[in-house]
Design a protein around this ligand. Structure first.
Ligand SMILES: *[C@@H]1O[C@H](CO)[C@@H](O)[C@H](O)[C@H]1NC(C)=O
Ligand SMILES: *[C@@H]1O[C@H](CO)[C@@H](O)[C@H](O)[C@H]1NC(C)=O
Length: 333
């Protein structure tokens, strides 16, 4: 470990590299191979994007298991997921909020999310080696049972349009947002260098994330290895519900584990880049779309992203006006 780390530091040279890419929806289902492996259905509904090896339980080198991915980079069989958003009508029923594609991505992406892998920030690795995750690596950020907001990096943005990025809010917007709501999940980027996972799926990582994509703080000696900074942006098209807000003005949106405050916002990551592809990208100096077409990453067109899917294992209505969100008890009006 010690010699490996000093080698990594010796090799570090200034570099600028950042990935930002779209992934279309792979599936919206109650499955969670990370927190509830093997459980069909899992406790609450997720949107999952990424490789088609996604399943109720997953192990081994996921980068060698997928045959397609919903992401731009065709060697990225990782899975990325979050809870989904519902609208709670004043009459007590729920409707799933559609997911829309982000700005600055190629047209035609079906729902999904935008994924980032950055270094210290968009412009620099801070002269530190940025290490790729290893096969089998996984992590969670945030906690659905949290009773307070303010985990660094977990934010909501009230969209004026798809390009709105500020202000970042710690919890749900309090009034209708003209362009929808964006949820943002930044993962911690300091790794203990040893464990691919931990019992709470969090303690092998340490969070020094600052607001937005500002340079993160230094990694502590307990978690000395700077890995890529993973972040998700998901855009929820709340506009069709604008005329149905409750008369008392309270927020009608709720995350799929019955959270109307947004304190429990969380996200899951399961590494699945093929071979050394992610490390090559982090060692390069490519930015965003400039990393496509083999420079240095293989990429694919939107129609191929949209074609990739997995079988629905949990048969249940997720899109009607529902008395309760999938897996949740009926909440009193
Ligand atoms: C998912 O897991 C089930 C049960 O182990 C298995 O039968 C199925 O083939 C798996 N699906 C994929 C896509 O790997
Ligand atoms: C609640 O309102 C929605 C939207 O108008 C409607 O489609 C649905 O049938 C209503 N449900 C009940 C139980 O009133």
């Amino acid at each position: 470990m010690k010699s490996w780390l000093s080698l990594a530091i010796a090799l570090a040279a200034p570099s600028e590299a950042a990935l930002r890419f779209g992934c279309s929806t792979l599936t919206i289902q109650r499955l969670d191979p990370l927190v509830e492996p093997g459980k069909v259905p899992s406790a609450h509904l997720h949107q999952i994007v990424g490789g088609n090896a996604f399943n109720a339980s997953m192990s081994g080198d996921v980068g060698e298991q997928g045959t397609c991915t919903t992401c731009t980079f065709s060697e990225d069989f990782s899975n990325y997921w979050t809870a989904v958003m519902f609208f709670k009508h004043p009459n007590g029923t729920y409707k799933r909020v559609p997911i829309m594609q982000n700005t600055a991505l190629p047209n035609g992406i079906n729902g999904g999310m935008t994924v980032y892998y950055t270094q210290q920030d968009f412009n620099s690795n801070g002269n530190q080696k940025i290490t790729s995750f290893k096969p089998g690596f996984r992590m969670v950020v945030g906690n659905p049972t949290s009773q307070k907001s303010g985990v660094p990096g977990l934010k909501f943005v009230c969209l004026e349009n798809k390009g709105t990025r500020f202000p970042e809010l710690n919890d749900f917007p309090k009034s209708p947002c003209r362009g929808g709501i964006m949820t943002v999940h930044h993962f911690p980027a300091c790794w203990d260098g040893k464990n691919l996972d931990s019992p709470d799926h969090q303690s092998h990582m340490y969070n020094t994330v600052k607001e937005a994509f500002n340079p993160a703080g230094a990694c502590p000696s307990s978690h000395p290895v700077r890995v890529a900074q993973v972040a998700y942006e998901t855009l929820w098209d709340t506009t069709q519900f604008a005329s149905m807000w409750p008369r008392d003005g309270s927020n009608p949106f709720v995350l799929s584990y019955s959270d109307s405050k947004g304190y429990g916002t969380h996200a899951d990551y399961l590494f699945g880049w093929k071979g050394d592809s992610l490390q090559r990208a982090m060692d390069s100096s490519c930015m965003f779309q400039g990393c496509e077409n083999g420079r240095p990453l293989k990429s694919q067109a939107v129609n191929n992203m949209n074609k990739c899917s997995v079988k629905t294992q949990v048969q249940e209505d997720i899109d009607g006006w529902l008395d309760a969100m999938p897996g949740q008890v009926v909440m009193k009006k």
